[in-house]
Design a protein around this ligand. Structure first.
Ligand code: ADP
Ligand code: MG
Length: 139
């Protein structure tokens, strides 16, 4: 059975442009319920831990610097088939390849400053949700 939760992060580029509210509205209108949410900022080391899976990729350093460069809005979202449906809503990693109407097409500037994160599997959704939120906040 597919899980019903995913973890998103509205990234520093989108938060600094003051479009977090518009993005959250689009997420809610697509049927996702916000279970937990906060605005916070990661240190480079915390960003490195969150993206540890990408440590061998050439963009890892740039990614960790960017993700710790400003305020972010992580949130746990709930909907049937959450992971897959949310990936559809946000669009391709590179906004140049993202479909019209997707969050990345609307708000991302480039492949590295791409406005929003979405978990890529049910397993990672649980790990990522636990990274940002306590057991109390997740229930
Ligand atoms: P996604 O966020 O769509 O799941 P990945 O998991 O492959 O994409 O990559 C994680 C993040 O790393 C991307 O959202 C993007 O911010 C950054 N990234 C991916 N590929 C590149 C790249 N070629 N150059 C710079 N940044 C990249
Ligand atoms: Mg990913």
């Amino acid at each position: 059975m597919k899980g019903n939760r995913t973890l998103t992060i509205i990234k520093p580029d989108a938060v600094s442009k003051n479009v977090a509210g518009a993005i959250l509205k689009q997420i809610q209108e697509a049927g996702f319920k916000i279970i937990a949410m906060k605005q916070t900022k990661m240190s480079p080391a915390q960003a490195g831990k969150f993206y540890f899976i990408h440590r061998e990729r050439p963009f890892y350093g740039v990614l960790c610097d960017f993700m710790s460069s400003g305020e972010i809005v992580p949130a746990i979202l709930e909907k049937e088939n959450a992971v897959e449906d949310f990936r559809k809503l946000i669009g391709a990693t590179n906004p140049a390849n993202a479909e019209a109407g997707t969050i990345r097409k609307l708000y991302a500037e480039s492949i590295d400053k791409n406005a929003i994160h979405g978990s890529d599997s049910d397993e990672n959704a649980i790990i990522e949700g636990s990274f940002f939120f306590s057991e109390l906040e997740r229930s």
